[in-house]
Design a protein around this ligand. Structure first.
Ligand code: G3I
Length: 367
C-alpha cells in the first residue's frame, strides 16, 4: 500500500473512476431507451416544451419521439398567440403540436390559460373595462377546443411577494379587474369544461436558499391552502425549475420539506420547465456540461424522492431551440450559446441527459 494513500483513498479513487465509467456507459445507452421509457419504469413521465415549426425538422422530431412521452407548447397556446384579434381565435399552429402528439402516441400538457404575460392588448383593455367574462370565455374556449389535452397549467405565475400585498399576489390585469378570486374562477371554468383534466397551478423561483425564494415558497403554500380551503378544483402544482449556476445554495432538505408541504395538501407535483442557465460557467464545453449535469442530478434526486412528484418536463429538449439563447436577459456575456438542455444542437446526448436518466432510474417506484 503506497504510504501516502490510505485504504479509504483507494476505495474513493476506485469509486470515482467507477462513477465516471458508469456515466460514460450511460451516455452510450442503446437508442430505444429514451428518457420517457426510463421514467416509466418507475411510474414517472418525461416531457419537453416544443414549438410547431422545429417539429418539421426530422432530426428534432425523431429526438422528441425517442425521448418524450409528453410535449408542451412553449408559446403557441398562450392567449397572445391564439387570439391576437378579438373573436378571431387561431388554433392552427398549436393544433399542429396536438396532431404531432396524437400521431406519435404522445400526450400534451396545455400551457398556459391565465398568465399576466402574452395577454392580447384588446383583452387587457376589456379587463380594464370590467368585462369580467373575457377570462372565463378564453379558459372555456381553450379547454373545449383541445379536448385531447388532459393536463392544463390553468394559472401561471400569480404570486409576487415583492408587490407588497398581504396575499402575496402579483398585480396583473386579472387581479385588477376580477380581484383575488380570478384564480379560483379560472380553475372552476376549466373544471366545468373538462371534468377529467388535471388542473395545475404553475410558478417559478422556489429552489434556492435566498430570501426571495423562501418568501415565494411561503407565499405559494399560503395560496394553495387558500385554494384548498375554498374548494377550488386544483389537482397539482407545477414547479418550473429554471435552475441557475450562480453559486446559489440548493438545500435538498429544505426543498424536500417544501415539497412535503405541497404533498400534504393532497396535491401532485410536476417539474414543468426544467432547464439550467450556464451564464456564469467557464467557456469550456466539457466543464460546463459536467457541472450542469451534476447540478441537474442533485436537484432531481432531491425532487424525485417525493412520491407526489409525478413527472419532469424540460423547457425544450435540444440546446438548438432554448429560449435562453434568444432572451437578451439570459444570454451568456461571452456570447457563446448556452447549453441548458439534455441534447446538444445536433441532438446528441449530453451528460445532463444521463443525469436525468440516472435520477429516473434511482427514483422510488410510484405505486
Ligand atoms: O414565433 C413568433 C413570431 O412568429 C413572431 O413574429 C415573433 C414576434 O412577436 O414572436 C415569435 O414568438 C416568440 C415566441 O417566444 C416563439 O419563439 C415571442 O415573441 C416570444 O415572446 C416567445 O417567448 C416565450 C416567452 O415564454 C413568452 O411567452 C419563450 O419562447 C418561452 O420560452 C417563455 O416561456 C416562459 C413560460 O411560458 C413561463 N415560465 C417562464 C418561461 C421563460 O420565460
Amino acid at each position: 500500500m503506497h504510504p501516502f494513500v490510505t485504504r479509504r483513498q483507494v476505495l474513493l479513487g476506485g469509486g470515482l473512476a467507477l462513477l465516471g465509467a458508469q456515466r460514460a456507459a450511460l451516455a452510450l445507452e442503446s437508442d430505444d431507451s429514451g428518457l420517457a421509457r426510463i421514467a416509466r419504469t418507475n411510474g414517472l413521465f418525461y416531457g419537453a416544451a416544443v414549438n410547431s415549426a422545429p417539429l418539421t425538422a426530422s432530426d428534432f422530431s425523431k429526438a422528441v419521439i425517442r425521448d418524450a412521452d409528453v410535449i408542451v407548447p412553449e408559446w403557441e397556446m398562450k392567449w397572445g398567440a391564439i387570439e391576437k384579434v378579438r373573436g378571431d381565435r387561431q388554433y392552427g399552429t398549436s393544433q399542429r403540436i396536438v396532431h404531432f402528439a396524437k400521431a406519435h402516441g404522445l400526450s400534451v400538457r396545455g400551457h398556459a390559460l391565465v398568465w399576466h404575460r402574452n395577454i392580447p392588448a384588446w383583452a387587457v383593455e376589456a379587463l380594464n373595462n370590467k368585462e369580467y367574462a373575457v377570462m372565463q370565455r378564453h379558459v372555456r374556449s381553450m379547454v373545449a377546443n383541445f379536448g385531447a389535452v388532459r393536463d392544463w397549467d390553468v394559472v401561471n405565475e400569480a404570486i409576487e411577494p415583492t408587490h407588497d400585498r398581504s396575499d402575496n399576489l402579483r398585480r396583473s390585469p386579472f387581479l385588477t379587474a376580477l380581484g383575488p378570486d380570478y384564480i379560483g374562477e379560472a380553475f372552476r371554468s376549466a373544471r366545468a369544461e373538462s371534468p377529467g383534466a388535471r388542473l395545475v397551478y404553475n410558478d417559478f423561483g422556489f429552489e434556492y436558499e435566498i430570501d426571495t425564494h423562501r418568501a415565494r415558497r411561503r407565499a405559494l403554500i399560503r395560496l394553495l391552502e387558500r385554494l384548498k380551503t375554498t374548494s377550488v378544483p386544483i389537482d397539482a402544482v407545477g414547479l418550473q425549475a429554471h435552475l441557475v449556476t450562480r453559486g446559489l445554495k440548493f438545500d435538498p432538505a429544505a426543498y424536500a420539506a417544501f415539497l412535503k408541504e405541497i404533498a400534504d395538501l393532497d396535491l401532485k407535483i410536476i417539474i414543468t420547465e426544467l432547464d439550467i442557465q450556464d451564464t456564469d460557467l467557464p467557456a469550456s464545453i466539457g466543464e460546463r456540461d459536467r457541472i450542469l449535469a451534476d447540478e441537474t442530478g442533485r436537484y432531481l434526486d432531491a425532487v424525485l424522492a417525493q412520491p407526489a412528484v409525478i413527472g419532469v418536463v424540460t423547457w425544450g429538449l435540444s440546446d438548438r431551440h432554448t429560449w435562453l439563447n434568444s432572451d437578451p436577459k439570459a444570454k451568456r456575456p461571452d456570447g457563446l450559446p448556452s447549453r441548458p438542455l439534455p441534447l446538444d444542437d445536433r441532438m446528441e446526448r449530453k451528460p445532463m441527459w444521463s443525469a436525468i436518466a440516472n435520477a429516473f432510474r434511482n427514483a422510488p417506484e410510484r405505486s
